[in-house]
Design a protein around this ligand. Sequence first.
Ligand code: SF4
Length: 365
Amino acid sequence: MSKSVLKDHVRAQAEDRPGVYRWLAADGRVLYVGKSVRLRSRLLSYFREPDGKVERLMREADGVAWDHLPNEFAALFREMRLIQAWRPEYNVEHKRKRRFGFVKVTREAAPRLLVVGRVVSDGACYYGPLARTGWLADAVNDLARATGLRDCRADVPMHYGDQLEVFASGRPPLCLRGEVGSCLAPCAGLCTSADYRQRLAAAQAFLERRSKAPLAELSKALAAAAERREFEHAARLRDRMARLEKLQAHLSGFRGQAREMNLVYPVAGFEGEDRIYMIRRGRLHSDMARPATARDVQRAARVVARVFRPAPADREAAMGAIAASETLLAVKWFARHPQERRRAVAPTEWLAGQRLRWGRALSQI
Ligand code: SF4
């Protein structure tokens, strides 16, 4: 199809409203998927003296198709899902198989902090998802050191100092960390279980962005090292602080725990096409027209109750790469638009609000 015919088609049919579009090759392959809040303007911009990658795309493109959507939020998720399904040649974002990591707080006699690739139902606490790049393991290691938590293997025997049956007192720690004091050394009875739990709580408060205590301690150590003119040591402490700050920043948005992100999110749509989105554990689970009557609200309440019904524990906890990338997308959206996050409420809060608004008409909810 010639470019002028394509352009006329866009001019005649596309609306200036949110949507996703796809450029197609002559053999029907999807070459590129994009989104825009002003679809028509965006598509027409492709015909204006394209250069570089856009020029190559337009040389190959033989058709274009699009879907109008009610709002930018819907377009964001649709775009990502289409790119992940089709993996178009000209897309970069969302196409790479990103690796995600979670910080796991194990359930062991002396819990550890680990970086893992999946959330499973094992009673442990998981924080994330985070893009799994080199710095993450180092940052988690830094946090363990700053809080005195162990990082040795699971099968290293633990003997807390308050365990009467243990004859470990006087035994040296099983690794250098215990000797230099960067681990409380529960392997050698050098701390009580309460001491260890207290440090673990400090690490979790940090991961949940409730505290910066490990940073404050590092900062003190840094000042002391500088005063002693131990500049190499001071530089290492500075690097650790930078990684910990980055870790905390990356855990923003929902206090670090994906499972807390259960939201009913009302969004005003194009020309009154308002929707409510149900976000379960960070994933966009379903959506529907924003209810306008008591009957609509009753129907919506049933959908909300079904979507947020507790699932079997293993399904509830499991989170793989696709779920993680959707969760990250939602987290980034709300981090960029804090006013939107304020409008998104927990399902119980949404139901309570509807009851308040519709009163007796909703006695069935
Ligand atoms: S000092 Fe003991 S508990 Fe701490 S990391 Fe080393 S072996 Fe593990």
